[in-house]
Ligand binder design. Structure first.
Ligand code: PGA
Length: 251
């Protein structure tokens, strides 16, 4: 894994955006794996800014998102489809039919999981997968204990996740109980993985990722099996790991 230490959230967002821009300029038909959450929004703002000023085009790009809530349709403000439309897709020139997110409204979720896997294969696989990291090391909705060979699957949300998310809904009853996520193996099949981490809340996750071995207790440690991982982490997130500073390192 290559670690790129950066100063702060803004620099992480800029350097992360450069990884994507470099790929899209070299291959206008790139297949991007995208993520939701507060971590990548700054990176998306950089892509939008670049699209406006430098006219980088996404007309032939295909995207696959990591996950989606079950039971929310794309018009629901808490759905990840809504998030992606607002944060990126509607501000660049990507045709909506080339943007893929698991369908959390599908009648048969097993079939939906298989469809999603097959579609990724049909498009030639993901060239670059963007990831955030959970405080507990989750990637996508793959929580601790998820097998490293898992593929797109349905996961029950933990009560603490539901409670944390309940502030965005009118009542606890409206908070989804399940989500659908790419599996760890699905993520590992991406040709390149770019993981972003910013802020003090990610210190423990960075410490475990950079200093400890592999364990299903810590899903992000599965990335150690992958030949092309870039971690872009800011000084706050790296505090206490021994990797603070500015030197790029292979770990
Ligand atoms: P965050 O979430 O970007 O909102 O911190 C990251 C994650 O849980 O994967």
């Amino acid at each position: 894994m290559k670690l790129i230490p950066v100063k702060d959230y803004d620099e992480m967002s800029r350097v992360g955006a450069e990884e994507i821009l470099e790929l899209v300029k070299e291959n206008p038909k790139a297949v991007l794996g995208l993520a939701t959450g507060s971590t990548p929004t700054g990176l998306y703002r950089n892509l939008i800014e670049d699209h406006k000023t430098n006219k980088t085009s996404y007309k032939e790009v295909t995207t696959f998102n990591l996950d989606e809530y079950i039971g929310l349709d794309g018009d629901h403000p808490q759905s990840y489809r809504f998030f992606m439309n607002e944060q990126l897709f509607h501000a660049i020139d990507i045709p909506e039919h080339q943007t893929h997110i698991p369908n959390g409204m599908a009648e048969d979720m097993d079939e939906e999981c298989q469809r999603y896997e097959a579609l990724i294969k049909e498009k030639g696989g993901i060239d670059l997968q963007l990831l955030g990291i959970g405080v507990n090391g989750h990637i996508g909705f793959n929580e601790p204990g998820t097998p490293f060979d898992s593929r797109t699957h349905v996961v029950p949300l933990t009560e603490s996740t539901r409670e944390a998310n309940s502030r965005f809904f009118n009542s606890m009853d409206e908070v989804p109980t399940h989500a659908v996520t790419m599996g760890i193996q699905t993520i590992l099949e991406a040709k390149k993985i770019v993981l972003l981490a910013s802020g003090a809340s990610k210190q423990e996750a960075m410490r475990r990722l950079l200093l400890e071995g592999q364990s299903t207790d810590f899903p992000a440690s599965s990335l150690k099996n992958h030949p092309n991982v870039v971690i872009i982490a800011d000084q706050e997130a790296l505090k206490g790991t021994g990797f603070e500073g500015s030197e790029v390192k292979e770990i």
